[in-house]
Ligand binder design. Structure first.
Ligand SMILES: [Zn+2]
Length: 291
């Protein structure tokens, strides 16, 4: 088992250790595509998976989900959480055993997810329906692509995992989110493979930071795949993001890759990057791209 860089109380202390008036951007990797972000006085948690629900669900099957990295923190002890995002309905991104304790500790938190999975998100989180916000990337029809919170906004962009699949009403099942808060902008890709126009859609927002999956896709895993490390590096470079941070590796033994390819391709392209360990944080004090 890989030890978390910081875990439990020490992790919470690190997140709590940011001064309330801090104008910087801080992010911590909490494993898989899960990130905690502090910016503009708000606390965001994106795609948290902080339980062993999948390990238990698949125990004794032909697809065992053996955990590789120690859990970073008990979701009920994470402290204040303002906004949680879930990019799609797969349990490693929308986990009831993570969301329920988080919601119990934070009755006022909002959960933002694809409109297509909103009923599932309400059920798994236990949050009242009016605390769960559904978005669709196209934003035509009844479902908006943008939500404005108090001092922050979230804009949905499509994701293809591996198809750009829709529900019966034509709403996208997989999304990425661009968040703006406190003068910062960041892109959380969710789970996606490359698709034509992806980098362009991201570039339009000029994000300072991008969180991108790098576990690629191998048919023998029999799960929907994601960007390879080289592709994540290329998307970041093409989109002009200030800092690329990889995710979606070192959670399950059957579905992981090393970040080596991401690192070498970022270096080759001149793309600034930072590979975090689970439980490790990174921050910036001034904007990484010109507005
Ligand atoms: Zn996933």
């Amino acid at each position: 088992m890989i030890r978390a860089w910081l875990s439990d109380e020490r992790f919470v202390e690190a997140v709590e250790g940011v001064a309330p008036g801090d104008k910087g951007f801080r992010a911590w990797w909490i494993g898989q595509m899960g990130f905690v972000v502090r910016a503009g006085g708000r606390r965001f948690v994106m795609d948290p998976y902080l339980s062993d629900s999948l390990t238990r669900k698949y125990a004794g099957t032909d697809k065992p989900h053996v955990r590789m990295t120690q859990r970073v923190v008990d979701p009920g002890r994470l402290g204040r959480v303002d906004v949680v995002t879930a990019s799609h309905g797969h349990t490693d991104h929308l986990d009831g055993e993570t969301l329920r304790p988080m919601a119990e500790a934070n009755p006022g938190m909002l959960l933002v997810c694809p409109e297509a999975i909103r009923p599932l998100a309400v059920e798994r989180s236990g949050l009242p329906g009016d605390r769960v916000v559904g978005l669709d990337a196209d934003g035509d029809g009844a479902v908006p692509s943008m939500f404005h919170g108090d001092g922050w906004s979230i804009h949905a962009v499509p994701a293809a995992h591996e198809g750009m699949d829709r529900d019966r009403d034509g709403r996208l099942l997989y999304l990425g989110f661009v968040v703006r808060c406190g003068g910062w902008c960041w892109y959380h890709a969710g789970d996606t493979v490359p698709w034509p126009g992806l980098a362009g859609r991201v570039a339009a927002h000029r994000p300072d930071v991008a969180f991108l999956p790098i576990n690629g896709r191998r048919p023998e895993r029999r799960v929907a795949g994601n960007l390879w490390g080289r592709e994540a590096a290329a998307v970041a470079r093409e989109a002009g993001v200030g800092m690329a941070i990889p995710g979606h590796f070192e959670m399950f033994e059957f579905n992981t890759e090393t970040p080596d390819e991401f690192v070498s391709e970022c270096a080759r392209l001149g793309q600034p990057f930072r590979v975090l360990r689970a439980g490790e944080g990174w921050g910036a004090s001034s904007a990484l791209v010109e507005a």
